[in-house]
Every structure is written in structure tokens, then in C-alpha cells.
Design a binder for this molecule. Structure first.
Ligand code: HAM
Length: 422
């Protein structure tokens, strides 16, 4: 036997069972996005590397260390997308979707980051994201957050996730804050961990996100970004908080929440859970009013967020809130050659007549006991049985697989019978 080829580390298969859980969760996400008036957009999983370095920022973990980047056969430098916002903006500009018009979009799909794999952190993972273009007010920020809150409600997670909220102010406010933060950090330079020392000049706000306990202590005395806010930023943030309270969406203010991508301004937020260990952020997002212009478009305000689907499913499983759904309603069985043909034709007719019902044709013949075991294995609710007698009499024997009860139904009435019993 030749050696098996294995999957790439941190990249997972989704097999029957779990795949049906994913399908249920994705259906809820899609239906919720539709209920907020969002439309789907699909963009390629590979883009020019420059798109991500320009959008996400050169001095971020994602661009510095985590992108899957390669030269293709034409010598173009390309990357697998590490997130969905940059590609979405690029597509909107290229397809003229945000020129003088508002746009509310959703997407889902695989993203790729070369991180150290662990529970809840993978190298291929999936996001469900929403993005809104063309609106400046806190009302749409609140709408985005209420979309995520609605998801938790529909999935039964409201009591298991917490909203962390912050404002990053405008770029001018941040620039002034940066100077004051760097001056503060310089005083403690020798005490900072290596990462923070490096970040201090390249991307000082990221120092606020440190995992180092000692640096965390030092930061307690650091200047606060909110002290640099002007009246517009304050009003935006205050109205957002008021709207959230009005919708009974609780939040915790966290002025160290800076997010790992550089395009944000004003509102940023994350939904976190304690139930997943260190990878507890199930959704993150915020406003990114400068990004469209930065990628070559007209100045266009924008806001959005993305849910990590692996983490969401892990959380639902940990709380026992989802289970795989059976994929078959009716197993169609037969005994003998002619009945087997008739069973196949019957299954096809019924699929046309009852498009919502799932029929599986038992293939390959065999004893009735084996066929019933097959029906049980796929959790079918009814078995239709055709033998010579049924074919001759234009009838179908129907077995209810939970009660064991058997009935004979005229073939002309079988669709109505199934409809009534499924
Ligand atoms: P992000 O916070 O980098 O934001 O990712 C969003 C979510 O994706 C995270 O909260 C997490 O649940 C999930 N996630 C990220 N990395 C991994 C990983 N390695 N393994 C498993 N799950 C992961 C963004 O990507 C922004 N584009 C969100 C956004 C949209 N902001 C505005 N619009």
C-alpha cells in the first residue's frame, strides 16, 4: 500500500454529521442577514497580495506573519485571503456597487491564516461576514451589532456571549494619542516584552492588546484614547451606546480593545465567550471609514463584522445546542428485479411531487432485513416496500420505522400518505 497523503495542518474536513450542523447554522446566519435586508456577495479566495497589505496594514500579525503568499506561474504575487473585508471592498469598487449608493452585503467562506493551530484556531477557517457601505451614523453601527445579537438569540447563545465595545476615534485623534502613548511607553521601554518593544514605534496601539501581564500592569497608568476624543466622536459613541441600551443589548466597555487589523476607526467591538478557552472571540468588527479611499475609491463610510464559524459551532456543541439532522425521510426498498425498477421510478416520481421530502433509494438489492437496517442507519422515518404483489396490485407497503406499523397504500395515494406522515 502506498503512503497516505494527509490534509494540511490546521485545515479540516467537514464530514457528514458535522456538515449537517454547519448547514443548519449557516441557514440561520443567512436567514438573519436576509431579515436585515442584506444581499450576498461572493469574491475569490485569492487576491493580489497588495490588496491585503494595503487594507489590513503592513505592521499587523496577519500581514507580517500569517498570510499564505506565493508567486503564480505569471510571477504575480498573490495571497489566500486572510479575511473578507478587503476583497469585498475591492469587488464593490470594481463592480461599481458603492458609487453614490448605499450597500448592505453578506458573505461566507474560507479564510486562511498561518497561525499556530489549536482548538478554535485553524489555518483554514470560515467566516460569515456583513459589510455596509455609505452610512456614517451610529444607527448603522447599532444595526450591525443588533444583527449579531439577533444571531445569538436565534441560536440560544445570548447568555453565553458578552459584547466588548470601544471607540478608536478618528485618525487625527488617534495620531495625537499615539504620540502621547509612545512618550509614555518610552519611560518603561526596558520593562516591555519584546513584542511590545517592537510594536511601540511601528504600531503602538497594538501594545494595548498585549497578553503580557507585566505590560498590562504598566498600561493601567497609560494615557487613554478617549481623553483625545472631540465632540463628534463622543456624540457618535454616546448615541451608539444609547441605541444598544434601547435594544437591551448589554455591553462592556473595553478601552484596550484595538482589533488586529489596522483599518478601523470609531466603533470597534467583539463578542467573546468564556466557554472556548483562549480562542473565545466568536465575532469581531467595527467601522472602517478610511478603507475604501485607501483602496482607490471615493471616501465612503463603512462598517461590518465577521463571525468565526468554527468557533460558533464549537460553542453550540459545547452547550449541546445543535445536533446533526437526519438527511433522509423515506427509504425506498424492494424485493426482486422488476420491483427494484418500479421502486426507482416511484422514488423519482415522488421526488418531483414532494420536493421538500428526502427520498433515498436502497440500491444493490439484498434481504429485507438488510434494507431495513439501512433505513434505520440513516434515521429514515418511513420505508416504502415494493415486491411482486405490490407491483401487481399497484400498491405500496409503508412501514413506519419508529412504531414498526405496516400499512398498504394504493400507489395513487402514496404521495398524500407520505405528506401526512412526514
Ligand atoms: P477578525 O477579528 O480578524 O476580523 O476575524 C473575525 C472572526 O474570525 C474572529 O472573531 C474569529 O471568530 C474568527 N477567526 C479569526 N481567525 C481565526 C482562526 N485562525 N481560526 C478560527 N477562527 C478565526 C476580521 O476578519 C474582519 N474582516 C471583520 C470585519 C468585517 N470587520 C469589519 N467588517
Amino acid at each position: 500500500m502506498s503512503a497516505k497523503i494527509t490534509a494540511i495542518r490546521g485545515m479540516n474536513d467537514l464530514v457528514p454529521g458535522p456538515s449537517s450542523v454547519w448547514a443548519q447554522v449557516e441557514q440561520t446566519l443567512i436567514a438573519t442577514a436576509a431579515s436585515f435586508g442584506f444581499s450576498e456577495i461572493r469574491t475569490p479566495v485569492i487576491e493580489k497580495t497588495g490588496l491585503f497589505s494595503r487594507a489590513i496594514g503592513e505592521v499587523t500579525d496577519v500581514v507580517e506573519k500569517e498570510m499564505y503568499t506565493f508567486k503564480d506561474r505569471d510571477g504575480d504575487l498573490l495571497s489566500l485571503r486572510p479575511e473578507g473585508t478587503a476583497g469585498c471592498v475591492r469587488a464593490c469598487l470594481e463592480d461599481g456597487l458603492i458609487h453614490n449608493q448605499e450597500q448592505r452585503l453578506w458573505y461566507r467562506g474560507p479564510m486562511f491564516r498561518h497561525e499556530r493551530p489549536q482548538k478554535g484556531r485553524y489555518r483554514q477557517f470560515h467566516q460569515f461576514g456583513i459589510e455596509v457601505f455609505g452610512l456614517t451614523g451610529p444607527d448603522i453601527d447599532a444595526e450591525i451589532i443588533s444583527f449579531s445579537a439577533m444571531l445569538w438569540k436565534k441560536l440560544g447563545l445570548t447568555d453565553h456571549v458578552r459584547l466588548e465595545l470601544n471607540s478608536l476615534g478618528s485618525s487625527e485623534e488617534r495620531a495625537r494619542y499615539r504620540d502621547s502613548l509612545v512618550a509614555f511607553l518610552e519611560k518603561y521601554r526596558s520593562e516591555l516584552d519584546e513584542d511590545s518593544q517592537r510594536r511601540m514605534y511601528t504600531n503602538p496601539l497594538r501594545v494595548l492588546d498585549t497578553k503580557d501581564a507585566h505590560v498590562g500592569e504598566i498600561l493601567k497608568e497609560a494615557p487613554r484614547l478617549s481623553d483625545f476624543f472631540g465632540s463628534e466622536t463622543r456624540a457618535h459613541f454616546d448615541t451608539l451606546k444609547e441605541l444598544l441600551t434601547g435594544m437591551s443589548i448589554g455591553y462592556t466597555l473595553n478601552d484596550r480593545l484595538v482589533r488586529g487589523l489596522d483599518y478601523y476607526n470609531l466603533t470597534v467591538f467583539e463578542w467573546v465567550t468564556e466557554a472556548l478557552g483562549s480562542q473565545g472571540t466568536v465575532c469581531g468588527g467595527g467601522r472602517y471609514d478610511g478603507l475604501v479611499e485607501q483602496l482607490g475609491g471615493q471616501p465612503t463610510p463603512a462598517v461590518g463584522c465577521a463571525v468565526g464559524l468554527e468557533r460558533l459551532v464549537l460553542l453550540l456543541e459545547a452547550l449541546d445546542l445543535v445536533k446533526p439532522a437526519p438527511s433522509v425521510d423515506v427509504m425506498v426498498c424492494s424485493m426482486g428485479d422488476q420491483p427494484a425498477r418500479e421502486a426507482q421510478y416511484l422514488a423519482n416520481r415522488l421526488r418531483m411531487e414532494l420536493p421538500e421530502t428526502r427520498f433515498m433509494l436502497h440500491c444493490g438489492g439484498g434481504k429485507m432485513k438488510k434494507q431495513m437496517a439501512h433505513a434505520d442507519k440513516v434515521n429514515a422515518r418511513l420505508a416504502l416496500i415494493l415486491g411482486d404483489d405490490e407491483v401487481a396490485g399497484h400498491q405500496v407497503t409503508v412501514k413506519n420505522l419508529s412504531s414498526g406499523e405496516q400499512t398498504t397504500v394504493p400507489e395513487s395515494e402514496i404521495a398524500a400518505f407520505i405528506k401526512q406522515h412526514i
